[in-house]
Design a protein around this ligand. Structure first.
Ligand code: SF4
Ligand code: SF4
Length: 750
């Protein structure tokens, strides 16, 4: 596209009063050699008409709108797919962040503010000049059918909901019949007002709905042997349940075993298995996968004081459910339900338990009472959780004289006697019962086995399962259905211990996510968090050294590689985070609107005054997911930011190439900070690992700076949440104070 660029400076929202707009316009037309126009309110009806007219009659196709934050007024400044629009943030991050002048500093304050505004204009003009119009990636072949793995409540619901939305679906189920765990339920939780009585198990009617739906194909006694490809074109090889396959994941071979294999003294367990990237070309194709493989009951035998495995009066909740279903509760008149293991760890729940185990205990206590009006149930809990409408179910149970509930620490089970202390009743208890039921939790199947067997460079299973208790998590708050493999959406017990209603809601969400992903792949755009982004990473392969950093660091396994290590991109797996770009030492990965040269040039466009300690320059790379909105909100609250700071938004800290830090310091800037999301066990990074990877890279760059004679303290990585808007400026202003203490960058002026 031949670009016709124009910069538009809005003078509304206080921008025109705070800044000398004429001077800013001269920066655009002079230094930056771009056309410049101003308007009193660009986002208003007249402003929008003015911009439309600029497009229509002046032929402008590249708009540089220097006004409010790019996070707001997106619809107003959407100039169409055939145009480029860049936003310079003069409002939230310049004018509103300036605070008021201190007494006696009015003149300097105005000068600093004008300099800040000019730098943001320079950066926006540079970005405008360097941005290219993206073209969406077009897939060679596209299949929109959804594969649902697992035929329990979650899988059935996902299939039915996707089919209702018009999708074709195939359900595969390992067992010989659909239904999963629900086939073993005696009754189910109440699903409608007044939420008081248990309901008959509805799984049979749910299965009948699946079987009657022409859009749904069911394959029982079937498992996945291999999944290769990418969203819109997953190549799936199926196999008979339990059968061995040529695609089975390689066995782990130790060093000693490898030695024996090499000497021919041991058979190679991987002989005959296919390489990671091979897929069966004759495989079925699907557009997306819903992972609904469910859960297995947690092992509770480790709690010896409770006697599971040695005391035949002690069973798990899953075993008790089966007894109820089979009508084997006769003669079992007094039952204790133990919700927390007690012992030394007073307050802890059984692993993988949550509100659902509380509710199962209530349900099963009702079985006891319904079976025999004289029977008694004792529920001993540390945490009784009955969310939402289940509170009404709980209230109903409280009214039953035959069900006793108390907070208690169970100290042991001997024969048919449960010992408990620290009870709400204020006394220790010894309860004689016929049966003891332990509230075993729900362990996701992803912890037990790899059912998905991906033909991905980064391995056949989800990464970091150990870190997340075996859950295939991608972002536990913002994107709960996501896994770290784009196009694979988890729901139901494989994602979290949940009850039937929650499972059905969850499965509906996952089905919609799968459809959304397929449609995005079809349009060649990203799924969230960069939904609709048409750009994708492009590689200048001639200069690739096959170092494999990009393939190893991509949080989503989007890059495979060939035997030499040359990256093989799968654009529909890509979430456009730019982590590969940040990783590449050769700087050969970039996007049409976000690349090494573009950001490097923005950095260099910042004016660096010499010999003025009041005018040091500190660059903050702010992650657009949490940090950037927190900074905007601080501005909206008119908190005061130090005038030496300049922000550059980045897609994720993982995309920050260390070349930018070197560029910044060699351009004479005095300090740099990476401001992104929390990493670690309770990470918040929207691209899973970006901020963690960036932090590691920053540790390394500290060493490089030392060898250059620069203090490593000049660069830093910090973590903030979107809710830290009231403290984020303090964090930054303190960093400025530290840089001021260090003094100016000695490279300034060279
Ligand atoms: S690192 Fe991010 S941008 Fe690069 S290929 Fe992976 S998902 Fe895409
Ligand atoms: S990081 Fe860069 S040089 Fe290394 S393999 Fe990837 S593209 Fe090639």
């Amino acid at each position: 596209m031949d670009k016709k660029i124009c910069t538009y400076i809005c003078t509304g929202c206080g921008i025109g009063e705070a800044l000398n707009i004429e001077e800013l316009s001269e920066v655009v037309t002079g230094e930056m050699s771009q056309e410049c126009k101003t308007h009193a309110c660009l986002c208003g009806v007249e402003g929008k008409a003015f911009l439309e007219n600029e497009k229509k009659t002046e032929g402008v196709n590249t708009f540089n709108i220097c006004a409010c934050s790019p996070r707001v007024m997106q619809r107003e400044f959407d100039m169409g797919d055939d145009t480029i629009t860049v936003r310079g943030n003069l409002r939230e991050q310049v004018v509103w962040a300036a605070g008021t002048a201190e007494e006696g500093q009015e003149e300097s304050h105005q000068e600093w503010l004008q300099e800040t505004g000019s730098d943001y204009i320079r950066m926006a003009c540079t970005r405008t000049a360097k941005t290219e119009l993206p073209e969406a990636f077009e897939m060679e072949s596209m299949n929109k059918e959804i594969l649902v793995m697992g035929g329990g409540i979650a899988g059935i619901t996902a299939a039915v909901e996707a089919a209702k939305a018009g999708s074709k679906v195939t359900i595969i189920e390992k067992a010989d019949a659909l239904g999963g765990k629900a086939n073993g339920w005696a009754k189910q939780f109440p699903m409608a007002y007044p939420y008081a009585e248990l309901e008959d198990n509805s799984i049979a009617s749910m299965i009948a709905a699946v079987e009657a739906d022409a859009n749904i194909t069911v394959k029982t006694a079937t498992e996945v042997a291999r999944i290769g490809g990418a969203p819109g074109d997953f190549k799936v090889t199926l196999k008979a349940a339990g059968a061995a396959s040529e695609w089975d994941a390689p066995a782990k071979v130790g060093v000693d075993e490898q030695d024996l294999i090499d000497k021919g003294e041991m058979e190679d367990p991987n002989a005959g298995l296919k390489a990671y990237s091979e897929v069966n070309e004759a495989a079925d194709t699907f557009g997306a996968v819903v992972l609904a493989t469910g859960w297995v009951p947690a092992d509770v035998s480790e709690y010896e004081h409770l006697g599971y495995g040695s005391n035949d009066k002690v069973v798990t909740n899953a075993e008790f459910e089966a007894m109820a279903k089979e009508g084997k509760l006769d003669g079992i008149n007094n039952v204790a339900f133990i919700m927390s293991p007690g012992g030394e760890e007073h307050d802890e729940d059984f692993p993988y338990a949550n509100s659902v185990t509380s509710m199962v205990a209530l349900k099963q206590a009702k079985y006891v009472r319904e079976n025999n009006a004289d029977a008694k149930a004792y529920i001993l809990y540390q945490h009784m959780r009955t969310p939402g409408n289940m509170e009404m179910f709980y209230k109903g149970i409280q009214q039953d004289d035959g069900i006793f509930m108390t907070k208690a620490t169970v100290t042991g089970v001997e024969g048919g006697t449960v010992h408990a202390k620290d009870t709400l009743l204020g006394e220790d208890l010894d309860i004689d019962v016929d049966m003891v039921v332990l509230a075993a939790g729900m362990v996701p199947t992803t912890k037990i086995e790899n059912t998905i067997n991906l033909a991905y460079r980064q391995g056949p299973a989800f990464l970091d399962l150990d870190l997340f208790d075996g859950y295939a998590d991608s972002h536990f708050i913002c994107f709960p259905y996501e896994t770290r493999r784009t196009g694979v959406y988890a729901c139901g017990g494989v994602r979290k211990a949940m009850n039937m209603q929650e499972t059905m809601d969850d499965a509906t969400g996952a089905a919609l996510k799968a459809i959304q992903c397929i449609e995005s792949a079809d349009r060649g755009v990203s799924v969230h968090p960069r939904s609709g982004d048409k750009t994708f990473p492009e590689f200048f392969m001639q200069r690739c050294t096959q170092c494999k950093r990009c393939t190893e660091e991509c949080p989503f396994g989007a890059l495979d590689d060939d035997e030499k290590g040359t990256p093989l991109p799968n654009p529909t797996r890509c979430r456009r985070c730019g982590t590969c770009m940040g990783a590449c030492p050769e700087r050969i990965i970039g996007f049409k609107d976000y690349n090494i040269d573009l950001i490097g040039s923005m950095i260099k466009s910042i004016e660096v005054p010499e010999d003025d300690d009041d005018k040091l320059r500190i660059l903050i790379f702010a992650c657009e997911n949490d940090a950037y909105p927190a900074l905007d909100m601080a501005g909206m609250r008119r908190l005061k930011l130090n005038h030496m700071i300049r922000f550059i938004p980045v897609r994720c800290l993982g995309s920050v190439n260390m070349a930018w830090i070197r560029d910044a310091l060699s351009a004479g800037l005095d300090g740099a900070m990476l401001l992104g999301c929390k990493y670690g066990d309770d990470y918040q990074c929207h691209f899973v690992k970006g901020s963690e990877i960036a932090n590691t890279r920053m540790e390394n760059i500290g060493d490089t700076l030392s060898t250059l004679g620069l203090e490593p303290e000049r660069v830093r990585s910090e973590q903030v949440a979107i809710t830290d808007y009231d403290t984020v400026y303090t964090l930054l202003n303190d960093f400025v104070d530290e840089i001021v203490e260090l003094g100016a960058n000695p490279f300034k002026g060279f």
